[in-house]
Design a protein around this ligand. Structure first.
Ligand code: XMP
Length: 333
């Protein structure tokens, strides 16, 4: 039997009971596969790697070593949440690496979107590899592969071209001779979320919107600078907070801010104030191949605009991107 094919007989996980049953089965399967050996996991804090981490902590506790690489392109509060949830609440064996300076130094001056993506992807694997080399006796590598990833790689193998070189942070270092542990590889995203709920992970972690592997790196448009990246992170946090308050968070598939490398003239505190614009993007989609624009009530947009232009250093305008995909891709880079 092809272990990468979801059997027709596999029941869709739609309830907490079914999720619990899946967890019990996987805990037993992981214990049988791993024995008393050690397992390594790149824990980004996204839904998939978080669910795998929680599942493996339940199955093998401290035999799991989680490595969280903070590439400096995370959203506000994300790395802190990984430390709080996994390092503290779940008492996991967590290695936290703040590689912000390494990534930002390498990216300095690079404005080509594909080159930026390649730098981030390659450096991620390098940092992860270095951390793995410091650990003794690791026999397995766990991954948060899910079923759409498998379907996507089949499509790519059939020669269908991608528009951008997407990468998942936590990509597999090619020269690592470790056996894979992929407990959620036959699940669809909605099932992964129910399993995450059943494992007791925080709601905002399990229902988090998709976030690209290169993170804010593809939203801080052009050559990344620390001050513009900081402004982007703060503006994005405000957008997310206000979408939560307005009850839009569960209704809009993806919403974020992009900040281009251009300034306009504005006024703040009765003085000339040159700043960047914050661009709001809010889209709905089912498969990310096409996307439609979500209508956001003007009252919400006004509040977000007022907060961003008042609270975020360096931003003096807020714009809205009304372009569906196609012709715009969801991300700007
Ligand atoms: P685009 O911009 O191609 O994005 O319309 C489609 C979806 O993919 C996400 N995205 C990525 N996800 N690694 C990922 O895991 C990546 O490198 C990457 N680039 C884009 C994007 O956020 C959107 O949900």
């Amino acid at each position: 039997m092809d272990s990468n094919k979801r059997p027709d007989s596999m029941v869709r996980i739609t309830t907490m009971e079914l999720a619990q049953q899946f967890i019990d089965e996987q805990v037993a399967a992981v214990r049988a596969q791993v024995g008393d050996k050690k397992v390594l996991l790149a824990l980004s804090g996204g839904v998939d790697s978080s669910v795998v981490a929680a599942l493996l902590i339940k199955a093998i506790g401290k035999q799991l070593v989680c490595v969280h690489v903070n590439h400096g392109l995370m959203r506000k509060g994300e790395s802190e949440q990984v430390i709080d949830v996994f390092g503290k609440a779940l008492d996991a064996n967590l290695v936290y690496v703040d590689a912000t300076d390494r990534f930002l130094d390498l990216l300095a001056g690079e404005s080509d979107p594909e080159k930026k993506r390649k730098i981030i992807g390659a450096e991620f694997i390098k940092v992860f590899d270095e951390e793995a080399a410091k650990l003794d006796g690791i026999s397995f590598l766990a991954q948060g592969t899910i079923y759409p990833d498998i379907l996507e790689s089949i499509k790519q193998a059939e020669g269908k071209q991608a528009v951008k070189s997407h990468h998942n942070v936590g990509g597999l270092p090619e020269d690592m001779a470790m056996e894979l542990v992929e407990p959620i590889k036959l699940l669809f995203k909605d099932e992964v979320r129910i399993v995450g709920d059943a494992l007791g992970l925080p709601h905002n972690m399990v229902y988090r919107q998709p976030f690209p592997g290169p993170g804010l790196g593809v939203r801080c448009l052009g050559a990344i600078t620390r001050d513009r990246l900081h402004a982007l992170r703060e503006a994005d946090a405000i957008l997310r907070e206000e979408f939560e308050i307005a009850g839009l968070a569960g209704k809009v598939w993806q919403y974020f801010i992009a900040v281009p490398d251009m300034k306009s003239v504005g006024v703040r505190n009765e003085s000339r104030y040159e700043g960047w614009p914050a661009i709001i993007r809010a889209v709905n989609t089912t498969d990310a191949m096409t996307a439609t624009i979500e209508e956001i009530p003007y009252a919400v947009l006004h509040k977000i605009t007022a907060r961003i232009t008042n609270e975020v250093e360096g931003i003096n305008r807020v714009l809205m991107d009304l372009t569906p995909k196609p012709t715009g891709t969801i991300e700007w880079e």
